[in-house]
Design a protein around this ligand. Structure first.
Ligand SMILES: *[C@@H]1O[C@H](CO)[C@@H](O)[C@H](O)[C@H]1NC(C)=O
Ligand SMILES: *[C@@H]1O[C@H](CO)[C@@H](O)[C@H](O)[C@H]1NC(C)=O
Ligand SMILES: *[C@@H]1O[C@H](CO)[C@@H](O)[C@H](O)[C@H]1NC(C)=O
Ligand SMILES: *[C@@H]1O[C@H](CO)[C@@H](O)[C@H](O)[C@H]1NC(C)=O
Ligand SMILES: *[C@@H]1O[C@H](CO)[C@@H](O)[C@H](O)[C@H]1NC(C)=O
Ligand SMILES: *[C@@H]1O[C@H](CO)[C@@H](O)[C@H](O)[C@H]1NC(C)=O
Ligand SMILES: *[C@@H]1O[C@H](CO)[C@@H](O)[C@H](O)[C@H]1NC(C)=O
Ligand SMILES: *[C@@H]1O[C@H](CO)[C@@H](O)[C@H](O)[C@H]1NC(C)=O
Ligand SMILES: *[C@@H]1O[C@H](CO)[C@@H](O)[C@H](O)[C@H]1NC(C)=O
Ligand SMILES: *[C@@H]1O[C@H](CO)[C@@H](O)[C@H](O)[C@H]1NC(C)=O
Ligand SMILES: *[C@@H]1O[C@H](CO)[C@@H](O)[C@H](O)[C@H]1NC(C)=O
Ligand SMILES: *[C@@H]1O[C@H](CO)[C@@H](O)[C@H](O)[C@H]1NC(C)=O
Length: 560
């Protein structure tokens, strides 16, 4: 009652024109600091900010199909933050920052579907630790984004969500598997969003949507409360619009520290605990590239000229000459035998040995409520009459193998020793050449068209198996075409030694200060402002396109 009265009192105090005044805030390309200045200067309220993002989602989600569900609590969370603000208690680095979660993160009160119809009603009993950290930091969880089903490929098509569409070119995929987050953040549906990465999945959507992302060092961030694939390769992180927002998201996610629910976090060095990653980035100060040594992995390019590869090579060559002209030393790493993404994937990818055990564990705990399969084999039960999952043809053998493989297979130990050797080689390359980092394109070619069998040409496997941290950043666009009015985004990975996130953020900031490559999408008016025309009394329902926009011949449901 007191709460209701205070809201009423607040609304009576505002002038009659206040509705438009407090809600017409322009959230295109919003950052944490731009939201905070609008909010703390009194230009708008938290409810006004959340409403502005909801209005964009209502207007544009039918174009790009990026959202699976909106959080029914988003407006009441905004109201309670407005109440804190009115009491002078606006605390937390993410105070009133609207964010989206990939739909494999457990977050109350929404289901955690992984984009899979079989998990439509699978609800977590509590937030995962990273989600709890976001809430404690003041974030408003706006909803959940689509992904490649169960994060197993990079096309961002799922049985529950359907196909997410690249906002820069409606004929292309948004990368993946965190493609819903990538497309949504590019379209300014939120300030930033989360993803997961088993091989490429935080980096491919950043690359394909002109965004930044981080994949943390293995062990830095607890993966508990996230639908798993691989103990060795899984990582969770964020996709955003600028290095400073990433630094804030990383600081919050890493604040969980050691978590017994994910024993990989026992690796965190005490000196890294509690790091404020924003301290590595000076706002408004141009970072300095002079004297920095950066390696280029020559084996991670496809130098065969074509419309799909040349724009990527040109963008990378442009970065390399820019680095040299700004006083950086660029060292070409010519060992294309060790650094060959195709052969690393073929020899060392351990997902199929770990998937069944990890998913069985996730599905079987009491932390999940609601009807759902309790094991991985149950999830993949062939049922032609009610197809509840999607396995694309290029994944058939993946699922077949995962159903019968385990971490006690001899092949698993061989792969782990090859990974240990690759990790030593990588660290030796960086240390011998005194590098701050190595760079290479995230994908050797442009992000693939909708309907393609796989997201080919990606280089994420090196960091995935070695557990290395990576910042991905926008470095340019392909030439414009009829379907891509400003071209298709191209992204670069910046990889470093374990626990070097601060250095990598500094390098990304220094490069971005010169390039400023990020641009917002313009297709279908995505670059236009959206007025909030009504006071939302409840969060609108978003219905994903689901199987309706999937080519059923290319992506048969429930058959493998
Ligand atoms: C201020 O907000 C923080 C975080 O929401 C909360 O823990 C604390 O109790 C609040 N303090 C007061 C005085 O309301
Ligand atoms: C998912 O489940 C909800 C609640 O049971 C139901 O309303 C909805 O139609 C289902 N969605 C799909 C796509 O099956
Ligand atoms: C289940 O949730 C509880 C409470 O948050 C947590 O302590 C526990 O580690 C979780 N279990 C798993 C398997 O994630
Ligand atoms: C760490 O966690 C994994 C996955 O839950 C488990 O298989 C492994 O036995 C644990 N290791 C130790 C040393 O506790
Ligand atoms: C940039 O860094 C180099 C090497 O650390 C230093 O010599 C130079 O003075 C710096 N330049 C500026 C403008 O800070
Ligand atoms: C390199 O690019 C060419 C031209 O797009 C393509 O035909 C070829 O398959 C690519 N090679 C690899 C190894 O991906
Ligand atoms: C490559 O791009 C050019 C210019 O955009 C276009 O004319 C040509 O048809 C494209 N080639 C292919 C094989 O798509
Ligand atoms: C790689 O090869 C180029 C010549 O192609 C050479 O200039 C460079 O020094 C080599 N890199 C290393 C680290 O040896
Ligand atoms: C990389 O490895 C693949 C598969 O093992 C091989 O076909 C290809 O020729 C290699 N590329 C280079 C540049 O060595
Ligand atoms: C397949 O779905 C139908 C309809 O829901 C159900 O009756 C049947 O038991 C299912 N079969 C299997 C093998 O799960
Ligand atoms: C790893 O490297 C060591 C030292 O070079 C070598 O003896 C060993 O055979 C390598 N392991 C594998 C699995 O290739
Ligand atoms: C949006 O982009 C289109 C196409 O580039 C351009 O004509 C229009 O002026 C832009 N609108 C805004 C508000 O920037």
């Amino acid at each position: 009652m007191v709460y209701f009265l205070s809201l009423l009192a607040l609304s009576l105090l505002l002038p009659t024109s206040s509705f438009t005044q407090t809600t017409s805030i322009d959230v295109r390309e919003a950052t944490i600091s731009s939201i905070h200045s609008s909010l703390f200067s009194g230009l708008t309220t938290c409810r006004g900010i959340v409403s502005a993002f909801i209005a964009r989602i209502e207007r544009f989600n039918s174009d790009i199909n990026a959202i699976i569900t909106l959080n029914p609590d988003a407006l009441s969370i905004a109201d309670s933050l407005d109440e804190s603000l009115s009491r002078g208690n606006a605390t937390g680095p993410l105070f009133c920052i609207p964010i989206l979660l990939k739909d494999n993160y457990d977050a109350l009160p929404m289901p955690s579907t992984g984009g899979c119809l079989a998990l439509n009603a699978s609800k977590p009993a509590q937030d995962g630790p990273a989600v709890r950290a976001f809430r404690d930091a003041g974030a408003v969880i706006l909803g959940k984004s689509n992904l490649h089903e169960l994060a197993l490929e990079g096309l961002s098509v799922s049985s529950l969500g359907g196909q997410t569409i690249n906002p820069y070119d409606f004929t292309r995929t948004p990368g993946g598997s965190s493609g819903g987050t990538g497309a949504a953040v590019a379209a300014s549906f939120a300030v930033f969003g989360t993803g997961t990465d088993t091989v490429n999945s935080l980096r491919s959507p950043a690359s394909a949507n002109s965004l930044f992302s981080f994949r943390p060092t293995r062990g830095l961030i607890s993966r508990a409360g996230v639908i798993p694939i691989s103990y060795t390769q899984d990582a969770i992180g964020a996709i955003g619009r600028c290095p400073l927002d990433l630094a804030t998201a990383l600081t919050v996610m890493a604040s969980v520290g050691y978590d017994p629910a994910d024993n990989v976090t026992s690796a965190i060095p005490p000196s890294v605990l509690g790091t404020d990653y924003t301290s590595f980035i000076s706002q408004g100060v141009r970072a300095n590239l002079t004297g920095i040594r950066i390696g280029v992995l020559e084996g991670f390019f496809n130098r065969t000229a074509s419309n799909e590869t040349t724009p990527v090579n040109n963008a990378m060559d442009n970065v390399i000459s820019m680095l040299q002209s700004h006083g950086a030393s660029v060292i070409l790493i010519n060992d294309t035998t060790t650094y060959n993404a195709t052969s690393i994937s073929a020899q060392m990818d351990v997902q199929t040995s770990e998937y069944r055990e990890m998913l069985n564990h996730y599905l079987s705990t009491d932390n999940l409520t609601g009807p759902h399969p309790r094991t991985m084999p149950q999830l993949y039960t062939r049922n032609q009459s009610t197809p509840e999952f999607l396995v694309i043809p290029s994944q058939y053998s993946y699922v077949e193998t995962a159903l019968v493989s385990s971490t006690s297979n001899a092949s698993y130990y061989l792969k782990q020793s090859l990974i240990a050797n690759l990790t030593r080689s990588l660290h030796a390359t960086i240390l011998t050449n005194k590098l701050s980092c190595v760079i290479y394109p995230e994908q050797k070619n442009l992000v693939v068209p909708i309907g393609s069998p796989s997201q080919s040409g990606r280089n994420g496997i090196l960091a995935a198996v070695t557990g290395s941290p990576v910042i991905t950043m926008p470095i340019g666009f392909s030439p414009p075409s009829t379907t891509a009015p400003i071209g298709i985004p191209v992204g670069m990975e910046i990889l470093g030694l374990p626990w070097s996130e601060g250095t990598l953020l500094q390098v990304a900031k220094a490069i971005d200060d010169v390039l400023h490559a990020r641009r917002m999408p313009v297709t279908a008016g995505l670059n236009e402002t959206v007025e909030v025309t009504k006071a939302y009394t409840q969060v609108p329902r978003v219905v994903p396109l689901g199987a309706k926009n999937i080519d059923k011949a290319a992506y048969p449901l429930g058959v493998y």
